[in-house]
Design a protein around this ligand. Structure first.
Ligand code: ADP
Ligand code: MG
Ligand code: MG
Ligand code: MG
Length: 410
């Protein structure tokens, strides 16, 4: 089968040739309902339902959806997405949709239809809450990041896995440009809310800030610590009151652990900064900031516990060997490693906050604030916090040091 783009009209006919999908949906393709729902920037997503069940069908386009054919992007991102979905399913089976079928030539990934889930970002914009969110995200992070790292995987196997993802360069390049470079100079695709011009020009002349962003880029480029999701913002999380699943790992590659952790925590902080603007008449509390706190704590505890428990495993990763017989050394190693991840997390979170306000890809959290002056005010507070995360990291040894700063900004 050579590549062709599916449409709502042609999808059922194509999918009806695939036994695993026919089994899942029941009936015949003529009975199936197909709806294209892609709200992301890059790809097509069809929800297909039949008498017995449904699937979500994601197809990559040979270009960036939000921009069009003038910005080509390789179809191979679909290959890396399903590779990552399979690796993540081994580490955190309850936190990702199961793969049903894939077709590399068609750049097609067919997975569980998550229902009645919705994307977390939209839910947070509406002020909704999810009691198990932090726990679920911590599980996803600790499991995928620990069990793909040198702590858990023998060296030769780890290097083979790094190699398996090395070709996802076009997707990494998007992150390199949009997260670490463009927000810090007058790049063509940057845009911002009117009223922020003074911050924009200050940031573009801010050597310590720009240097810190370059240092985070260096970490991103040259620290293949674990399999990263690579695009773990709140639009890549789908939730119900008692379930949370992570979707959309097409940016996956082996990179620094703090990147995924920092990205999702930054997006919770962005939601916190937007609250006052979204609901000016409703008193808001610290729920979002608390979620970021408990996400980190839960992640750190799980990561440490995986490390302690892997002692019992026959074959652990290379980094673990020396500490294996020595509890004191092992506990020291755990705490040193978590400190390093924390520092990376802060820096990556700072970059994410700034690029979502001054770069190309903004977030609905702020974009949904109708009043421009209010939006600019919320964004200005977030920007100053983002700068502090990058330039004054020593001020933030733990979440307790961060909390009052976000609270006072709000
Ligand atoms: P993109 O890479 O273009 O951002 P996503 O994988 O994020 O695409 O999917 C876009 C949207 O499609 C999601 O925000 C969600 O609304 C919907 N979607 C994606 N996967 C599923 C799924 N497995 N079940 C239900 N809806 C899904
Ligand atoms: Mg997406
Ligand atoms: Mg995507
Ligand atoms: Mg307030």
């Amino acid at each position: 089968m050579t590549y062709h783009m599916l449409t709502e009209a042609t999808a059922a006919g194509h999918l009806g040739t695939i036994a695993a999908i026919c089994d899942r949906l029941g009936g015949t393709p003529a009975d199936w309902v197909v709806q294209e729902v892609g709200d992301g920037n890059l790809n097509l997503v069809f929800l297909v339902t039949g008498p017995d069940g449904g699937v979500a069908v994601k197809q990559a386009l040979p270009y960036v959806r939000m921009v069009g054919e003038s910005w080509p992007l390789p179809l191979s991102r679909a290959y890396y997405e399903r590779l990552a979905l399979a690796d993540q399913a081994r580490c955190a089976p309850h936190r990702v949709p199961a793969l049903v079928h894939h077709d590399d030539a068609m750049a097609l990934t067919v997975m569980d239809y998550l229902v009645p889930h919705r994307t977390l970002r939209g839910a947070l914009v509406e002020g909704l809450r999810y009691p198990r969110l932090a726990e679920h995200l911590a599980e996803f992070l600790a499991n995928t990041l620990f069990f793909t790292s040198d702590l858990a995987v023998p060296v030769a196997q780890k290097k083979a896995r790094i190699a398996a993802y090395l070709g996802n360069t076009a997707m990494c390049r998007i992150s390199e440009d949009l997260i670490f470079d463009e927000p810090f100079f007058d790049a063509q695709m940057n845009w911002h809310t009117p009223g922020l011009e003074d911050v924009v020009s200050r940031f573009q002349a801010d050597i310590p800030l720009r240097l810190a962003a370059q240092e985070m880029k260096a970490r991103f480029l040259a620290a293949p610590e674990a399999l990263l999701h690579g695009d773990l913002h709140t639009g890549s999380v789908m939730v119900t009151q008692d379930d949370s699943k992570v979707i959309d790992p097409e940016f996956a590659f082996y990179g620094p652990i703090g990147f995924d952790v920092g990205m999702i925590i930054a997006n919770l902080w962005l939601a916190a900064f937007a609250q006052a603007g979204l609901r000016p008449d409703t008193p808001h509390d610290d729920w979002l900031v608390e979620q970021a706190d408990s996400l980190w704590q839960d992640f750190a505890e799980r990561f440490a516990d995986h490390w302690r428990n892997i002692d019992r495993a026959d074959e652990a990763g290379a980094l673990h060997a020396l500490a294996r017989q020595d509890d004191v050394l092992r506990e020291a190693a755990i705490s040193a490693r978590l400190d390093a991840i924390w520092r990376d997390m802060l820096g990556f979170a700072g970059c994410e906050i700034i690029r979502r306000i001054l770069g190309l890809a903004h977030v609905a959290d702020f974009e949904s604030i109708a009043d421009v002056n209010t939006r600019a005010k919320c964004e200005r507070q977030a920007l100053s916090f983002g700068r502090a995360l990058l330039v004054e990291r020593d001020r933030f040894p733990d979440m307790a040091a961060i909390r009052p700063i976000i609270a006072s900004e709000l």
